[in-house]
Write a protein that binds this ligand. Structure first.
Ligand code: HEC
Length: 119
């Protein structure tokens, strides 16, 4: 038991780090909307801290953290928009601990999830 947990962490951490580097490289290169970028980066950080126990928060991580759908799968769904996520933050999610998410944090998490569309 302990052994498999150790192996998983050993693989997941480098993957998470390379995801971070990749995201920051893309952001610097495009120089698109600065505010949206900053929000997505903050959302990424929050997602790793709060959501990663149950969701694959980065593309390619499915299979590691699969209690909920991966954030990429959520992003790719037809109905996922900034508005649908906004509504979601206000509902209480039966299987999720009731995190208190401020409007700024909700915005950041939404930007991050939507940034995964098409990756
Ligand atoms: C304790 C485990 C757990 C944690 C922590 C958790 N989730 Fe979830 N989440 C789930 C499960 C399970 C589902 C799918 C079942 C459901 O919708 O109730 C889900 C579904 C979702 C959905 C999709 C709802 C839909 O439309 O199907 C979103 C968006 C989501 N979570 C966002 C988050 C975010 C953002 C965080 C971190 C702030 C987070 N979750 C943390 C377990 C978790």
């Amino acid at each position: 038991m302990t052994r498999s947990i150790r192996i998983r962490a050993g693989v997941a951490v480098p993957i998470a780090l390379s995801g971070l580097l990749f995201v920051s490289a893309v952001h610097t290169a495009t120089g698109a909307s600065r505010t949206a970028e900053r929000a997505a980066a903050e959302g990424h950080r929050l997602a790793q801290a709060w959501c990663q126990n149950c969701h694959a928060v980065e593309p390619g991580m499915s299979g590691w953290f699969d209690r909920g759908p991966s954030f990429q799968a959520i992003a790719e769904r037809e109905g996922t928009t900034a508005l649908s996520l906004k509504v979601f933050w206000r509902t209480s999610h039966p299987t999720m601990p009731n995190l208190v998410i401020s409007p700024e944090q909700a915005e950041a998490l939404s930007s991050y999830i939507l940034s995964l569309k098409g990756d």
